[in-house]
Design a protein. Structure first.
Length: 70
């Protein structure tokens, strides 16, 4: 005789808005980092002198632009 299967009752964790969505930390951090890098590439190192005090960052961005242009 077959045993009866009990249905699972799974209640999602609901947030303040009632939606049960949980994101890992990198699901927010990676798109934000990609947006910042693309913004730096669009602005170019020539216009970003006031934004960075470290010449290493400007050099790195310039090298990335050179690699992408070739």
């Amino acid at each position: 005789m077959a045993a009866r299967a009990h249905p699972r009752t799974h209640t999602p964790v609901a947030g303040p808005s009632g939606v049960g969505i949980r994101l890992p930390w990198w699901a927010v951090a990676l798109p934000a980092l990609a947006f910042a890098v693309l913004l730096l590439l669009i602005a170019g190192p020539g216009e970003a002198h006031a934004a960075t005090g470290d010449p290493t960052v400007a050099y790195l961005v310039e090298r990335i632009q050179q690699a992408l242009s070739h």
